[in-house]
Design a protein around this ligand. Structure first.
Ligand SMILES: [Zn+2]
Length: 425
């Protein structure tokens, strides 16, 4: 809907002049107030009968009772975390504050569109907060029409105050997070940002609990391989199905005098555990390869987007001159579940026993490119493998991008073969 339509709807709901409503609405939106928030604010200004008459204060409720369908509420809460982050709204940079709040009944996330000077640990009465739904849960919106009052009261809450966290405990959506980590990998990249080419840093962080990818959107000195750092005010996003630590211009980084012990070994999970997490970064799975899926062996990729193509046709780019590549998609089963393990060209060459040129020769001699996939199938199916990599889960299933793919030292198929050899001997 256009702004004009919103104004029309509001004016008719509230029984006031449309031009007046429209100019108020334009004004709020020009200050980057989200449309829903702006409309709610005007409903209060012009006294919407549905909100209890004459712009009266919304009811005071417990957090556990806040419903995503509520319009506005008043709550008394302890601030758990305060993250500060730039966002882009209608083409303009806007600084927002966000995090978690708690009372005796539960916890919720909030976003503050203005600086209320919130501090972790303080108790505040938040009057007239907007409610919106975010990923199925209610979230409070603190805007222009919200008032925040410090309360001299300690709530008996069952939640940690402040954003200190271990990497293993982070999930996408966490804000105002503080971590103490060692930088395992770090490289500079140039990306196409909003203001043209932008330099960023990305790599891997580790503490004793886990390893996670990170992005620093404002590259700063000291974020480099081998450094041990305390990072404050980071936020967590999902990147290829796993949590990723993000540093904005408001994050702070301090070197630590004591090195952080980094977890070297990937976490060993069952396939079910890994899939139930909805994604996992750098984990180890052990299972049997049941089968090789279509799209394994000698394949062709679109030179534009890198997608695997069929008969020279890319889904996005139509007819293209495909580039040869090697890939394996192996179905791994450990009795608790299955995942598709994706091996890149190097790992595929290892199991196939030859590189891309060997595979092309092989296919040419046989006049059939499926011979490459057949060789891979023969080599891996029925054997137990220890696989390391990152797992993502989507509507098509669970995929693990492998970084290591090794025959388990204790392969049952090998044990059986040894036994047979002994019997035959
Ligand atoms: Zn393409």
């Amino acid at each position: 809907m256009e702004l004009d339509d919103h104004a029309e709807e509001l004016a008719s709901d509230l029984g006031v002049d449309k031009e007046e409503v429209k100019s108020d609405l334009e004004n709020l939106v020009s200050y980057s107030v989200p449309m829903d928030e702006a409309k709610q604010s005007l409903r209060r200004k012009y006294g919407d009968g549905s909100s209890g008459g004459g712009g009266g204060a919304p009811p005071a409720v417990d957090l556990a009772d806040v419903d995503p369908d509520d319009s506005n509420v008043t709550v008394t809460v302890t601030v758990l975390t305060v993250g500060k982050r730039p966002i882009y709204y209608r083409g303009e940079e806007h600084v927002i504050f966000e995090g978690r709040i708690a009372d005796e009944s539960g916890e919720l996330s909030y976003t503050a569109w203005e600086d209320f000077d919130l501090e972790p640990g303080e108790t505040v009465r938040v009057g007239n907060a907007g409610v919106r739904e975010w990923e199925g849960e209610a979230e409070l919106n603190l805007g222009e029409s919200t008032d925040v009052e410090r309360v001299d009261e300690r709530l008996d809450i069952d939640a940690e105050i402040g954003g200190n966290a271990r990497l293993a405990d982070l999930s996408p959506g966490d804000r105002g997070v503080n971590v103490e980590v060692s930088v395992i990998e770090c490289e500079g990249k140039t990306i196409d940002g909003r203001d043209g080419e932008t330099e960023i840093l990305s790599g891997t962080l580790a503490d004793e609990s886990a390893r996670l990818p990170f992005t620093d959107w404002e590259p700063r000195d000291g974020v480099e391989e081998g450094a041990s750092l305390r990072i404050e005010n980071a936020y967590v996003r999902e990147f290829r199905g796993v949590p990723s630590v993000n540093l904005s211009e408001f994050s702070t980084v301090e070197p630590l005098s004591t090195p952080v012990e980094a977890r070297e070994e990937p976490e060993r999970l069952t396939i079910r555990e890994a899939v139930d997490r909805g994604g996992a970064y750098d984990v180890a799975l052990v299972g049997n390869v049941l089968a090789i899926r279509d799209g394994s062996g000698l394949i062709e990729r679109c030179p534009e987007c890198g997608r695997v193509i069929q008969k020279g046709q890319c889904r996005s780019h139509g007819e293209v001159d495909g580039e040869d590549d090697l890939r394996t998609k192996a179905i791994l089963d450990d009795g608790t579940g299955t995942v598709t393990v994706v091996l890149d060209d190097d790992l595929t060459a290892q199991v196939y026993g030859g590189g891309l040129e060997d595979a092309k020769d092989h296919a040419r001699d046989a006049m059939d490119q499926s011979v490459v996939a057949d060789s891979i199938r023969e080599a891996v199916v029925g054997h137990e493998y220890r696989v390391r990599g990152s797992l993502s889960v989507d509507e098509y299933g669970a995929n693990l991008d492998a970084t290591d793919f090794e025959r388990s030292e204790d392969d049952p198929a090998d044990r059986a073969a040894d036994l047979l050899a002994e019997v035959d001997g």
